[in-house]
Write a protein that binds this ligand. Structure first.
Ligand code: ATP
Length: 207
């Protein structure tokens, strides 16, 4: 039996991290028998330039708080420590240096898989790792279209099965901006952090 470490990679803006992320990571860990899941906050997301992203130190703190009770979940700052642009295809070789023998699974929601053709060099990416995907409510995958756009993508995917959550960071930001508390949408420690630092109100605090 192979003793190569099995590592899941969950990249994201995590603005803020929520139960959808943690559930996705835990489902992948259990179903793919992963040793660890690395949470990789992105510094400057290439896909999200239409709004101001919360400062990296805040997002790192929130991810730390979100994963603090799971010994298999690890915060990895490789992506936010490097200069942009932050594409996944250029991140994988950096992680390979740190984990030379590992088998990698890039863990994503169905919306990210649907958008794979718009990623940088997706055909190279699927040679560097497998994809672990949980459907996301409201997102349909057109497998034929995906395979045409990125040949080989269909066989590079391990679909995860289990309940799905329609929570998104966008919905949480809007909820807080409307004056509500985000309790029960994310871990209490993250919710407390958001309140303490007045995140997602009109003016975002700089750390
Ligand atoms: P935003 O609403 O700001 O776009 P988000 O909630 O989608 O944020 P990201 O940090 O962009 O969160 O997501 C990182 C990864 O987690 C992506 O692959 C995304 O598809 C996945 N993800 C986030 N929420 C869920 C969810 N509820 N179910 C399945 N996958 C999810």
């Amino acid at each position: 039996m192979s003793s190569r470490p099995r590592i899941g990679l969950l990249g994201g803006t995590f603005d803020p991290p929520h139960w959808g992320h943690l559930w996705l990571a835990e489902l992948a860990r259990g179903q793919l028998k992963l040793d660890n899941v690395l949470f990789l906050p992105v510094g400057e997301p290439v896909h999200k330039t239409d709004r101001q992203i919360t400062a990296v130190p805040h997002r790192l703190q929130m991810v730390s708080l979100a994963i603090q009770n799971n010994p298999h979940f690890v915060l990895d700052t490789t992506d936010c420590d490097r200069s942009g642009p932050h594409t996944t295809v250029t991140l994988l070789p950096l992680l390979r240096q740190a984990y030379p023998n590992a088998n990698f699974w890039l863990i994503v929601g169905g919306d990210s898989l649907r958008d794979l053709p718009t990623w940088s060099h997706p055909e190279q990416l699927i040679k560097l790792c497998r994809l672990a995907v949980l459907p996301r409510p409201g997102t349909e995958i057109d497998w034929a279209l995906l395979e045409t756009a990125v040949p080989g993508s269909k066989t590079a995917v391990d679909m995860l099965s289990g309940p799905t959550l329609s929570i998104s960071a966008t919905a949480i930001r809007h909820w807080v901006r409307q004056g509500h508390e985000p309790s029960y949408l994310l871990p209490t420690a993250v919710s407390d952090y958001i309140q303490q630092h007045h995140l997602y109100h009109q003016e975002q605090a700089a750390l």
